[in-house]
Design a protein around this ligand. Structure first.
Ligand code: SF4
Length: 220
């Protein structure tokens, strides 16, 4: 069978690649197939955002209940980091740390982690947490940005990210600040004039204008 060529094959001297990868972003923006392909090319693989900007380390009450019911006790951060370390293709994991305690916690977790360490029951548990997070998604956007550019300058993917992350991660203060910054820049949903140009381009047929009421409810 002919080997499928990828754009990354145009240059042969890569020594490593860096991808965003965590149990919630298993399929996007890099995916497990891409991870395995890079490993098959003998590239070192550096994983960033294993905790999705730290959000996976501070789960909401519903997600915490699932983690806490597990027989094996790990913190939410440890589960997320171990899910990444469980992949034999991963060479290095980058996790932002701002305190000495976080450095020590991450070193301790890394010292006890290895590829293949998670049992099938552990992976089922993580899949249930992933499903619980995904059930909170309000707008099924894929961040493809085909709807852009908006003639009024509305950052449509940025709006959807805020709408989804509100229920998923619950950091309302931070999200309100982000919305306020976007409003100041003129890129929030407030700038929409309902022309409909974005909806004509959306491959997911999302009723984009119909989402702004949700935005207003959450951030208006
Ligand atoms: S409907 Fe609103 S968000 Fe969509 S392209 Fe028109 S102005 Fe931009």
């Amino acid at each position: 069978m002919a080997k499928t060529l990828r754009s990354s094959d145009a240059y042969q001297d890569w020594t490593f690649c860096q991808i965003q990868y965590n149990f919630l972003d298993e399929e996007t923006p890099a995916d497990t197939d891409g991870l395995r392909y890079a490993a098959s090319r003998k590239l070192g693989i550096v994983v960033m955002e294993p905790l999705r900007g730290g959000k996976l380390a501070v789960p909401n009450a519903g997600i915490s209940a699932i983690w806490n019911a597990a027989l094996t006790k790990r913190s939410a951060a440890e589960w997320a980091l171990d899910w990444v370390w469980n992949h034999p293709e991963v060479s290095l994991l980058l996790s932002g740390m701002s305190t000495l305690a976080q450095v020590q916690q991450n070193l301790g977790a890394a010292g006890m982690s290895e590829a293949g360490m998670l049992a099938p029951g552990d992976l089922d548990l993580i899949a249930r947490v992933r499903d619980a997070y995904n059930a909170l998604i309000r707008v099924p956007y894929t961040a493809c940005s085909h709807c852009m550019p908006c003639p009024q300058g509305v950052n449509i993917p940025g709006m959807f990210q805020l709408v989804n992350e509100g229920p998923m991660f619950g950091d309302r203060d931070m999200q309100r600040k982000r919305y306020g910054r976007m409003r100041g820049e003129g890129s929030s949903a407030d700038s929409c004039i309902h022309c409909g140009a974005c909806e004509e381009k959306c491959p997911q047929y999302i009723s984009i204008r119909g989402q702004w009421a949700d935005v207003a409810e959450q951030f208006g």
